[in-house]
Write a protein that binds this ligand. Structure first.
Ligand SMILES: *Cc1c(COP(=O)(O)O)cnc(C)c1O
Length: 354
């Protein structure tokens, strides 16, 4: 740390992303990326013309991208806000609606970026403990008169609330913002985008990083009422009007239009997830019933940190969180069939040492 950093940042603990190692070839099951390539349409559009156009600034209004997203969801361009990853969108939302002494309420075990943003933007964080089975107690959020953020499916548990349950939360807090982070929604059945027609206090965020195989592109979006989107644009234009570059606009619009391709990829991931849950049970794991593209699991013999380290030695990366309540668990991204078989056979070998 230099002696110039403002004191108010002394205690800031930044988010720790999953490892992106390249000292050797790993089977990467640690950051919930897709094992499948992006839609072939993405390759088609990233050609000479777009590259020539890079000499110009990108469109700050993001018309092509917003229109493609709006069409996909049956909404209007005015209901869409885009960010450099959904992290960016969540950051702007917390800054706009909770920062400088506001409040944000979320589960104690959830995406660990939310508390970091609260700290950075000076929002008071209120954490509601998950139940012992790691489910969210909906009653903790009914009529609390506070801003709320919930990942649905939740991370790193993979467990879901139903749209009816979310509606109760949104309807009972009409004077506050409710953000539903749907980073993993394409691996389960229900999105709450339909609630946007009825509720003006709801923000739904999604990302191109997981179900759309474009983690490296850095693209995410929020869907909300026109008024809320105007607020987010106000923040964006005060910070970085060109937060999405031309490659992102072009590739993102092509990707979201190729629904058939991604439906098939996500169908495969869901099928492999269900098969993997059974394989994991057979090799000594207890798994939560994830509706996502990862599985949160605990081995009956191998301590979680040991499992993580020994797999890493063998060239397989998974995620281990050294945090209260979840330090006995690991999070395993659902890869392709071959990756999951390699994972299970590596675990079986490791288990013999315990
Ligand atoms: C991965 C993830 C995100 C953000 O991903 P981006 O790559 O920034 O779009 C947001 N929320 C949750 C719960 C995630 O797991």
């Amino acid at each position: 740390m230099s002696r110039f950093l403002r004191e108010c940042y002394d205690s800031l603990v930044p988010y720790t992303p999953g490892e992106q190692l390249n000292d050797k070839k790993y089977i990467k099951l640690n950051t919930n990326e897709s094992p499948y390539p992006p839609s072939p349409k993405v390759k088609e559009v990233l050609s000479g013309e777009v590259i020539d156009n890079l000499k110009l600034y990108s469109d700050p209004e993001l018309k092509a991208l917003k229109d493609a997203i709006a069409e996909h969801f049956g909404l209007k361009r005015e209901n869409v806000f885009c960010g450099n990853g959904s992290d960016d969108v969540i950051a702007f939302s917390i800054m706009a609606f909770c920062g400088n002494g506001g409040e944000l309420c979320c589960p104690d075990i959830t995406y660990s970026f939310y508390p970091v943003y609260c700290d950075l933007f000076k929002a008071n964080l209120i954490q509601k403990p998950l139940k012992d089975d790691f489910t969210i107690d909906v009653n903790d959020y009914i009529g609390i008169n506070k801003n709320i953020i919930i990942a649905n499916p939740n991370a790193p548990t993979g467990l879901v609330l139903t749209v009816d349950e979310i509606e109760k939360i949104v309807a009972s807090n009409p004077d506050n913002i409710v953000i539903i982070d749907e980073a993993y929604v394409d691996f389960c059945t229900e999105t709450c985008v339909g609630l946007l027609k009825k509720y003006k206090n709801l923000i739904v965020t999604q990302t191109f990083s997981k179900s759309r195989s474009l983690a490296g592109l850095r693209l995410g979006f929020a869907l909300a009422s026109e008024e809320i989107i105007e607020d987010l644009e106000k923040i964006k234009y005060s910070f970085n009007p060109y937060n999405i570059n031309t490659l992102g606009v072009t590739a993102g619009a092509a990707a979201i239009a190729d629904d058939d391709y991604y439906r098939e990829c996500n169908r495969k991931t869901v099928a492999i997830r269900e098969k993997t849950k059974l394989m994991l049970k057979d090799c000594g794991f207890e798994c939560l019933d994830s509706q996502s593209n990862f599985i949160f699991a605990k081995h009956n013999k191998i301590p979680a940190e040991q499992l993580y380290l020994k797999l890493k030695e063998k060239g397989i990366l998974i995620r281990y969180f050294n945090k209260p309540r979840i330090s006995e668990y690991v999070r395993i991204t659902v890869g392709d069939d071959w990756q999951m078989e390699e994972f299970v056979s590596a675990v079986s070998l490791i288990a013999k040492e315990f």
